[in-house]
Ligand binder design. Structure first.
Ligand code: FAD
Ligand code: MLT
Ligand code: ZN
Length: 471
């Protein structure tokens, strides 16, 4: 939608002229990470404090402009850019990047919303503590965006997702009030947990401006192993064995398919980590305050004896460790395959014991609907969360794939719902899944969500077109 001219001087006086971006300066922030959504806005505005956010939101209310809040713009569901909405303004919080305090004794950290995940990890480490969330976009993704999407990543097996890390929040509401819920209480049964409403709200209820998060004990002893699965049926038995043998020290448990490893190694000129190939591998990581090597060896030995794995390597140097994780983090093949942008990538979670069933169902559907297309899954199987890909790989597959793409999506989604799963485990609904997700919840549940939306944002000021299916 073409954005009408609006006088921006008042905005400049709120945040400073240098922080109201237009034209070419604004353009990079109007396209999402995957280059899938391209928006238009009257400006990208970069406030420096909650008070400035509040004034900008009030300005937007006066001028009937909608607010699309943006952090690092690494979101994978299209929620961070304005598309086809009313006249829009992008509120980029990356200037609000102050770590306000690290309380090592209280095991908390208080930050502004634009601080990156990596900066928080580093600040916690400097204080002898751990900020647990971690994933490939750590250097760019912000805590505000992570909370707004209820992000997950590689450590959820041990620490849970963002929802489990948040103790308190500050947010700017639709009428420009600043709600200060920056509490650092481990227990508080004094009523509705309002902060949790903002977790996973994807910018639709307000602007998160500050947060108090949990810190955990540091884990100086860490070790990763890469194990060749005997077959996919062994996956969940291997996970159960890992939990039984290494317990709390199990930090990550990720599925890595051979087809993906091959592609990443070819693309980045890396040596394949395994001498004995298998169709699937598991990349797992142990982390603890105590040495983990014996536990890891016991686990791998028991798994081999039980016939669950056919081979395994343990990373013995930091270089090997980072190479294994590079292979894992390069698996989402945004640029690996020529026709990737036409394909599907799912962010599904199913009850954990049904992981294998879900994987096989998607493969069977793909083989039937788009024969020859590449179909494989990777990711956080220890959380019941699999990123399944289905994409055309040769030029002659493209047309038949596009012809049957909608049918493919409908059948895969139906299979997910049949397994009592969710279409969005960690990336959020955004614009991508907004229509597809509707059958996942009952009309009562959607109506409860709409009631909350109407109560907090009666004019639909925040991120219209994101998350909630249209009425
Ligand atoms: P943005 O992309 O800027 O915004 C995302 C959503 O949050 C939008 O709806 C936006 O409006 C809203 N939002 C942003 N900031 C605020 C705020 N302050 N207040 C209110 N709403 C706000 N995600 C995972 O969960 N697990 C992974 O393993 C993972 N791996 C990734 C790997 C790569 C290479 C990339 C590019 C992305 C990955 N992601 C992953 C997705 C992404 O990093 C997360 O969704 C992250 O939480 C987004 O943070 P952001 O600051 O970039 O948010
Ligand atoms: C991942 O697990 O690598 C992320 O969620 C990114 C992605 O799926 O694209
Ligand atoms: Zn993921």
């Amino acid at each position: 939608m073409k954005q009408p001219p609006v006088e921006l001087d008042q905005l400049r006086s709120i945040v400073g002229a240098a922080n109201v971006l237009e034209g070419g300066d604004a353009a990079p922030l109007l396209t999402d990470w995957r280059n899938k959504f391209h928006g238009e806005a009257i400006a990208v505005v970069r406030p420096g404090s909650a008070d400035e956010v509040a004034q900008v939101v009030q300005w937007c209310a006066t001028h009937d402009v909608v607010v699309v809040t943006q952090g690092g713009n690494t979101g994978l569901s299209g929620g961070s850019v304005p598309v086809d909405t009313r006249t829009a303004l992008v509120l980029s919080l990356t200037r609000m990047n102050q770590i306000e305090s690290v309380d090592a004794e209280g095991w908390t950290m208080t930050v502004q919303a634009g601080v990156t995940i990596e900066a928080m990890q580093d600040a916690a480490a400097a204080a002898g503590r751990l900020f647990a969330p971690d994933w490939g976009a750590r250097g760019t993704a912000t805590i505000g965006g992570a909370i707004a999407t209820d992000a997950g990543g590689n450590n959820v097996v041990r620490y849970g997702n963002l929802r489990d890390q948040v103790m308190g929040l500050e947010a700017v509401l639709a009428d420009g009030q600043v709600w200060n819920g920056l509490r650092a209480l481990r227990k508080d049964s004094s009523g509705y947990d309002l902060k949790q409403l903002f977790v996973g709200s994807e910018g639709t209820l307000g602007v998160i401006t500050r947060a108090v998060v949990k810190l955990h004990p540091a884990t100086p002893h860490e070790r990763s192993a890469f194990a060749a699965l005997t077959d996919l049926d062994s996956l969940m038995a291997l996970f159960a064995m890992a939990r039984d043998t290494v317990g709390e020290a199990l930090l990550a448990f990720e599925l890595v398919p051979e087809v993906g490893v091959q592609k990443v190694c070819d693309t980045f000129d890396l040596v394949h980590p395994m001498a004995n190939r298998s169709e699937f591998y598991v990349l797992c990581k142990l982390a603890s305050g105590r040495p983990v090597d014996d536990d890891l060896t016991n686990f791998l030995t028991s798994a081999a004896e039980a016939g669950l794995i056919t081979d395994a390597i343990v990373a013995s140097t930091a270089e090997q460790e980072s190479r294994l994780w590079k292979i894992r983090e390069e698996l989402p093949p945004t640029g690996l395959y020529e026709h990737q942008a036409l394909g599907l990538k799912m962010d599904t979670a199913v009850p954990i014991e049904r992981m294998g069933e879900y994987h096989d169902a998607v493969r069977a559907i793909a083989a039937e609907v788009v024969p020859g297309a590449l179909a494989y899954g990777f990711g956080h199987v220890g959380d019941g969360n699999l990123h399944m890909m289905v994409l055309p790989v040769t030029d002659d597959q493209v047309e038949p794939f596009l012809e049957r793409r909608d049918e493919l999506i409908a059948r895969i989604d139906a299979a997910t719902f049949d397994l009592d799963g969710t279409l969005s485990a960690e990336h959020g609904v955004g614009r991508d899944l907004r229509t597809r997700v509707e059958p996942q919840k009952s009309p009562i549940e959607w109506e409860l969500m709409r009631t909350i939306k109407r109560a907090l944002d009666p004019d639909g000021r925040f991120n219209p077109g994101v998350l909630l299916p249209s009425e």
